[in-house]
Structures are given as structure tokens and as C-alpha cells.
Design a protein around this ligand. Structure first.
Ligand code: SAH
Ligand code: F3S
Length: 433
């Protein structure tokens, strides 16, 4: 009987891909069967996120529950960003944890499982040219990492301390991954990195120097690749060459996540983001001019230390000008090992909550307008998911979630769909004959 593996993945898409890598490496050593019930698992892994504070508290209460319900002899491991920054303290606080594996040490998973109480969290470890074994949770869409770590030092962000310096993954390894994914049935490639358009600044060892724009060309030229997506670009590195390639390359899906963080140039400086409000708006204008159908999503932090009412109004103003198709907004959360955690000019939590509410209320109204204005349009949708109610769903080229009536046989197909109605989260359509 194969062993059973339960893995819970929190946080970003890079974590999703890291979990797939762990499953692949474990399976290469001995076969595992996946389970969604931790109490029947032989191995329980939580792949954690530490970008905001809440999940850290949640981690220990969850670990306690897993331990209580686990099968006799089952092992528990903590992986990901929280593993990187808490390290052996996790085992101190939860002594039943068998191993701790940092976000930059994924390739060591099969080793650490064997050694009780092992803690592998070296943030200088370089696995940028490690050829991971294959495992993908979706047949249709393939996540591919293009870099590890992050070279920026945004003062609010813990990621550079948990994932280390940025190193690009060699282009031939990425192209090879894309070919394998296509052979296994994927039409869509999703390139992942903390800062994708900084690709190519540093490789470890002798590798062909290719920038992000060229990487996009190479990946979209792979036979069988019909769609390319990526996340996230950094506004600072959105040069004309990149925007032009995005606009004219028909394989690149016309949606982009462009994290603004704040609309106030003063706050952006305090965050060390490296761009101004004007630069951000200039890039968005160029993008919207060149690609009128583009949908743009963003991340916003409210209540960053020192954010005044006037600064927040700048964020509101930029949101009103851009009218992002989607927004992920958060209250600032001080993180260990970050510069901003030392700042003494915290915003009153009540004020921060009120600002978040105001921003989200405005954004909801934008989303309602955006969704309703899609009715009557024709979109090309790539169907990936079977829903329980006789429907299937997928993403339009510009990233709207679209549902139609249909069954399994339509999964993996790109179909032209006419939109007939809209809700806040998704659109309903009918395929064109
Ligand atoms: N480079 C990544 C960012 C990773 S963190 C990217 O571009 O996607 C994801 C998001 O979490 C950030 O964009 C930011 O909006 C939010 N975030 C990061 N640190 C935070 C903090 N300390 N408090 C609140 N939100 C934070
Ligand atoms: Fe974090 Fe800024 Fe890098 S948000 S992941 S330090 S680009």
C-alpha cells in the first residue's frame, strides 16, 4: 500500500508550485497517494506563508489539531516562508513537528523527511538550476518558476528574508518545463516569480543571458503553447520593450497584475518601492493605450506607518483613475526582520480599518460596473474546471472567470463564448457554435 500524503498550501502561487515540487520529489523516492484527510495521512505538510501576520497564529493552532488527529507514526512537516523565518523555534513551540523546510530548500524534501527534527532553512541555498521531477495538479495549466528569491527591499515585506536573494532560473530549464507541460496536455503556461520582469539580472553559473521580454518570446514559441501568463511584474521594471511585447504577442494573455501598494509618492518612498505615482500612472496609461482590452489587477496596503489622510486620498485618487479590474487590499501588518517594523509612526488601527473599508467599498462598485459591462461581449475561454451543477468554468484571455453549461469533455478546450449575464465574481456565457 502506498503511503498517504496530506499537503496544505497557503499563500501565493509560488507556494502552489513549491508544493508540486515537493510532491514530485517525494514520489520519485517512494510512491505516495494524495489525501485530503490529514487523519489518514502518513505524512502531513503545511506549506506556509508569512507575508501577513494572521497565518502565523493560525499555523500553531492548526499544527496542534493535526497532531491530535494524526495516525500513529505519522510525520508532520512545516515548509515555506514561515519555516524559513521561524526555523527551529517551530520545533521548540510544537515539539511533535518532525521537520522544518525553508522556502528556498524545497529540493531537500526527500532528505528531511528521513531525518527526524531536521531544520533546513538556509536562505543562501541555490536551487536555481535544480531539475525537479514532474508533478502538476492541473493538466491544463502549468505553473513554472522563473526565479527564486527577491532582490528588492520593500520595507514592509518579509519575502527577501524568507526566500533570499534573487536568482534567475536558466532559460533552457524553463523552456524544457514548458515543453514537458505541453506534452502532458497543458495549453497555458503561467510563469512565476516575485519580480518577473527583473528576470535575467543574475544567474548562478554560466547561463545564456536573456531578459524577461526575450523569455516571453521563447516560451510562447514552444510548440503547443497557446497562452502565456505571468505574475508578478514590478512597476519599476515595466519598460517600453516589455509593454510592447505584451501588447503584440498574441500568445500572451491580456491581463496583468501590477502591484501599486500605495498611490502616494511619499509613502512609496518610505516603502522603498522605487517608483512614483506619476511613473505608475504613466505605465498604466501606456498599457491601456496599447491594449484596450487589458484587465489590470493590483495589491494595495493601507495604514502603512506614517500614511496620512492626504496620502490615503492619493491611493483613492489613483484607484479612481485606473479603475483596476481587480484589487487585493490589505491592512499593513508589521513583519519581523523588516525595516518598517522599526518605524514608530504607526497608523491608528481604527483609522486603517476605516480606510480599508472605504477603498474596498469603492472597488466593489468598480467591479460591479466592470462585470456588467462584459455582458454581450465575446471572449475566448480556456475551460479547466468541472463545477458541481452541470457547469464548467475557465478564464477568458483577459482573466475573467466564465461559466457555461457543459461537461467534462469540454475541459482543456479553448472556446469562443458569448457573455449573457454577470455576477461579482464570475460571468455566465453560452458557447458560440
Ligand atoms: N513580489 C510579490 C509580492 C509578494 S507579497 C508580488 O509582486 O506579487 C504579496 C502582497 O502582499 C504584496 O504585494 C503586498 O501588497 C502584500 N504585503 C506584503 N507585505 C505586507 C505587509 N507587511 N502587510 C500587509 N500586506 C503586505
Ligand atoms: Fe516583497 Fe517587494 Fe520583493 S513586495 S517580494 S520585497 S518586490
Amino acid at each position: 500500500m502506498p503511503k498517504k500524503l496530506f499537503i496544505e498550501t497557503l499563500g501565493c502561487q509560488m507556494n502552489v508550485r513549491d508544493s508540486e515540487h515537493m510532491i514530485a520529489e517525494l514520489n520519485a523516492k517512494e510512491p505516495y497517494e494524495m489525501t485530503s484527510d490529514s487523519s489518514e495521512a502518513d505524512l502531513i505538510i503545511i506549506n506556509t506563508c508569512s507575508v501577513r501576520e494572521r497565518p502565523v497564529h493560525k499555523l500553531f493552532s492548526e499544527l496542534g489539531l493535526f497532531n491530535k488527529k494524526k495516525k500513529v507514526g505519522a510525520k508532520i512537516g512545516v515548509a515555506g516562508c514561515t519555516a524559513s523565518h521561524l526555523g527551529k523555534d517551530i520545533i521548540k513551540r510544537a515539539p511533535y513537528v518532525n521537520f522544518v523546510l525553508g522556502a528556498r530548500n524545497v529540493s531537500k524534501i526527500a532528505e528531511v523527511v528521513e531525518k527526524d527534527k531536521s531544520v533546513e532553512i538556509d536562505i543562501n541555498y541555490d536551487e536555481s538550476d535544480f531539475a525537479f521531477k514532474d508533478f502538476r495538479s492541473s493538466t491544463y495549466k502549468a505553473f513554472i518558476n522563473i526565479s527564486i528569491g527577491c532582490d528588492k527591499s520593500c520595507t514592509f515585506c518579509i519575502v527577501p528574508k524568507t526566500r533570499g536573494d534573487e536568482i534567475s532560473i536558466p532559460v533552457d530549464l524553463i523552456v524544457n518545463e514548458a515543453k514537458k507541460a505541453v506534452d502532458a496536455g497543458a495549453k497555458e503556461i503561467f510563469l512565476l516569480g516575485q519580480n518577473v520582469n527583473n528576470y535575467g539580472r543574475r544567474f548562478s553559473g554560466e547561463h545564456e543571458k536573456v531578459n524577461f521580454t526575450e523569455l516571453l518570446r521563447r516560451v510562447s514559441a514552444v510548440e503547443g503553447v497557446e497562452r502565456v501568463r505571468f505574475t508578478s511584474p514590478h512597476p519599476l521594471h515595466m519598460d517600453d520593450e516589455f509593454i510592447e511585447e505584451f501588447a503584440k504577442n498574441p500568445k500572451i494573455c491580456k491581463s496583468m497584475h501590477v502591484p501599486l501598494q500605495s498611490g502616494s509618492t511619499k509613502v512609496l518612498q518610505e516603502m522603498k518601492r522605487g517608483y512614483t505615482q506619476e511613473w505608475f500612472l504613466n505605465r498604466i496609461n501606456k498599457l491601456r493605450e496599447m491594449v484596450p482590452e487589458v484587465s489590470i489587477s493590483t495589491d494595495i496596503i493601507v495604514g502603512f506607518p506614517g500614511e496620512s489622510d492626504a496620502d490615503f486620498e492619493e491611493t483613492m485618487m489613483v484607484s479612481k483613475k485606473v479603475r483596476f479590474e481587480q484589487m487585493f487590499s490589505f491592512k499593513y501588518s508589521p513583519r519581523p526582520h523588516t525595516e518598517a517594523a522599526e518605524y514608530t509612526n504607526a497608523v491608528d488601527p481604527e483609522v486603517a480599518s476605516q480606510r480599508l473599508h472605504q477603498l474596498q467599498e469603492f472597488q466593489d462598485s468598480v467591479v460591479d460596473d466592470v462585470m456588467h459591462s462584459q455582458v454581450g461581449k465575446t471572449m475566448e475561454v480556456y475551460f479547466e474546471e468541472l463545477r458541481s451543477d452541470g457547469h464548467i468554468s475557465g478564464r477568458s484571455d483577459n482573466n475573467f472567470l466564465v461559466k457555461i453549461k457543459g461537461s467534462e469533455d469540454l475541459l482543456g478546450q479553448l472556446l469562443k463564448v458569448k457573455i449573457i449575464s454577470a455576477a461579482r465574481m464570475s460571468l455566465n456565457g453560452e458557447p458560440l457554435a
